[in-house]
Design a protein around this ligand. Structure first.
Ligand SMILES: [Zn+2]
Length: 438
């Protein structure tokens, strides 16, 4: 009889009325990102921003850029403790803080997740309701103190009355890099499977109110580039991007140290500024800079410059390069066969000796071989300039005055720029991203 009662107790445990008592510590909960699996979104402000708003109680919050009306999912099981969705007002000012719509999920382990800036009439759950991870809870918006459409969310110390309390550090099981910690300026594809379809709601932008708050850029207000965690963001090469505050992130994510490598090579003066995001080229993770194109080689654990002009030769582009850009064709390289590397270098660099100006321009950079590669053509008369082709750059000594140089001057056509202009790389990754909040 006693055994039967025990069995019944195990099969039918009492309802979980006291979620607070489970005592699960903050960090071992399998949180997932609060948007639908497979969707790519970008974090525009991360934890502990130095110039932004994620400080103090909000130190461990994230801002994720997303269009108004994006479905938001429970990041973890829990019950709904608070909601608001009757505000249709937003703007970039502190006085609008109370105008933010929100959902708060209490996880029963002493923590809660707050979702802020939700769309007018965009909340899909009610207080007291149990939710499971992946359950649609709301549609995102731009209500309250919000410069534009985004989700602000944070895991916090649970409260029965406060939607913003002390935030706590958490990790996400669907974030691969940096131990599951999302960082500013990065894209993340969620692994949070949506538990059920969300009822359709028409996207409603907020009525925008006047903005008087200062920008969140603080000390970086007038900077063209600034550090972000495990990386650096550069806006010098945004081109004619619609938004003046856009550019490219160089980071050390996923154990590929692009930022460290760029710095160890000499920074932007040697490598140039980034002109692309990371992309996959010939099966390898690659990022293009003005002067060099850097590629991660997993087998050697190193980042190496790509020989852009050799690749263009291999692609049969030499005739086009000479006709349209006055770049001489690659010479016959069979003379290198069997020679030790130092003799290969000597043989190729010897082509520079006939032109002192080009020779000194090539050797002016301390590690010229890494930056420019071997000269792979003799110095060639291309009409208005003497030109030498290297593996990663082209040197031109002008015979006449041109708009960008005086007669006698040497200019360098950079490998990264040439690669971009010849369409070697996928267009999608050449578009700059909006600047994250540092
Ligand atoms: Zn925020």
């Amino acid at each position: 009889m006693r055994a039967l009662l025990l069995l019944l107790a195990l099969l039918f445990p009492p309802p979980d009325t006291d979620l607070q008592s489970t005592g699960v510590p903050y960090n071992d909960a399998p949180f997932r990102l609060p948007w639908a699996a497979g969707v790519d979104r970008r974090v525009v402000q991360g934890n502990m921003s130095v110039a932004g708003s994620h400080q103090g109680v909000e130190a461990y919050a994230w801002d994720v850029s997303m269009p108004i009306g994006s479905v938001l999912l429970a990041d973890r099981d829990g019950y709904i403790s608070m909601t608001k969705d009757d505000s249709n007002v937003g703007g970039f000012d502190y006085y609008l803080g109370t105008a933010a719509n929100y959902v708060v999920i209490n996880h029963g382990n002493g923590t809660q997740t707050v979702y802020l800036h939700l769309m007018y009439h965009g909340v899909l759950v009610r207080p007291g309701q149990r939710v499971v991870q992946g359950q649609p809870v709301a549609y995102s918006g731009d209500t309250g103190f919000a410069g534009g459409p985004h989700l602000h969310f944070a895991v916090e110390v649970a409260s029965t009355s406060e939607r913003v309390t002390q935030s706590v550090p958490v990790r996400f099981s669907d974030v691969r890099s940096w131990g599951g910690l999302p960082l500013a300026g990065r894209h993340y594809v969620s692994g949070n499977q949506q538990a059920e379809p969300a009822p359709y709601r028409e996207p409603v932008p907020s009525v925008r109110r006047p903005s008087t708050s200062r920008s969140f850029l603080g000390q970086y207000q007038n900077s063209e580039d600034y550090p972000v965690p495990h990386g650096h963001f550069y806006m010098q090469t945004r081109g004619n991007a619609a938004n003046a505050r856009s550019g490219f992130l160089v980071a050390d994510d996923d154990d590929m140290p692009f930022n460290q490598t760029m710095e160890s090579l000499g920074g932007p003066t040697v490598v140039g500024y980034p002109i692309s995001q990371r992309f996959v080229f010939a099966g390898l993770t690659t990022q293009a800079f003005q002067k060099m194109v850097l590629q991660w080689h997993p087998e050697s654990g190193q980042i190496q410059p790509l020989n852009v002009l050799d690749l263009l030769h291999d692609a049969g582009q030499d005739a086009i390069l000479e006709a349209s850009r006055q770049i001489p064709p690659q010479m016959d390289m069979s003379g290198d066969t069997g020679l030790p590397w130092n003799q290969v270098v000597e043989r190729h660099q010897a082509y520079l000796t006939v032109n002192d100006a080009i020779k000194s321009a090539y050797f002016a950079t301390p590690d010229s071989l890494s930056v420019y590669g071997l000269p792979v053509s003799p110095i060639t008369d291309e009409g208005n300039a003497f030109v030498v082709r290297c593996q990663r750059a082209v040197f031109q000594q002008w015979k006449v005055d041109v708009p960008w140089a005086a007669a006698g001057q040497v200019t360098i056509a950079n490998g990264g720029d040439i690669a971009r202009e010849t369409g070697m790389f996928p267009e999608d990754f050449l578009a700059p991203d909006f600047a994250p909040i540092p």
